[in-house]
Design a protein around this ligand. Sequence first.
Ligand code: GDP
Length: 294
Amino acid sequence: MFDTISNKLQNAFKNLRGLGKISESNVSDSLREVRLALLEADVNFKVARDFIERVKTKSLGQEVIESVHPGQQIIKIIHDELVELLGSTNAGLNLSGNPASIMMVGLHGSGKTTSSAKLAKLLTKQGRQPVLVAADVYRPAAMDQLETLGKQLGIPVFLKKGETDVLAIAREAFDFARANNRNTLIFDTAGRLQIDEPLVQELVRLRDLVKPQEILLVLDAATGQEAVNVATHFDQALNITGSILTKLDGDARGGAALSMKAVTGKPIKLAGTGEKLEDFEPFHPERMASRILG
Ligand code: GDP
C-alpha cells in the first residue's frame, strides 16, 4: 500500500533531515520534492499546491527556524498536514434511524457489492442487526452475488428476483426488516460503467423514498483522480454523506485518498484493504498518514 509515494517522500525527508539552517530557498527546494511526490501519486494539482503552501508557511515560522533540528520539525508539519488532508479524524456512521438505512452507490466494478457485505459483517460485529437489500434490478448476477455473500456471513439478504421496480423492493425491504427485527438496511444499488442520467434519476428516486442516514459512495482507490471526479459527480447528484475507498491494498500511489476530502468536502469513512470479507476497516486519517510516511 502506498509504496511509490512512501519511497518518494522518504527521499525528500533525507534532504530535510540534513538541513542545518532553514532558509526560504532550501525549504523551497526540499518542498519541491514533496510536491513532485504528491503529483506523481496522482494528487489533485490544486490540492498539492495548497498543501505545499501551508507547509512552507509553517516551516518558515520562528519556532522551526530557531529549533535545533528544523528538518525534523518540518517532517512533523508534513505529517500533521497529511492527517488534515486525509480528513483529520475518523468520520463515523450516522445510524440514528429506526431502522437505519445506508445506500451504497458507485460505478460497476468499484467493489460496491463486496463492500455492502463487508459493512454488514462489520456492523454485526458492532452489535447491529443488518439486512442486505439487493437493489440492482438490472444485473441478476449482482443479486446472486449478494445472496452468496449473505449466506457466507449468515446475514439475511432481501431480494426479489424478477422485480424491476426498485422502489417496490425498497418498500418491502422495510417491511421485511421490521418483521425480522433487523435495525439496519444496507441497499446495494445498481452501478454502471459510467454515471448517466437514468442511473442518477433512479438513485435520486430511491434516496427520496428511503431517506437514508448514510449515502456511501464506493470508489476504487487505484483509479486515482478519476475516483475524485466520480465522487464530485455523485455528490452533486445525490449529496453523499461520505465514501468508501476500496482496493487500497493494491494502491501504490494514494492520490484518491489524499485528494478526496479536499476536493469534495466529504469524508472517507471506510476502507477496503483486500478481497476477503474481513479486509475492511474504518478509515483513520492518522493511521493512513503513518502508512504513507512509511
Ligand atoms: P461492484 O460491481 O461495484 O459491486 O463490485 P464487486 O463488489 O463485485 O467487486 C469487484 C471486484 O473487486 C471483485 O473481484 C472484488 O473481490 C474486488 N474487490 C472489492 N473490494 C476490494 C478490495 O478492497 N481489495 C481488493 N483487492 N479487491 C476488492
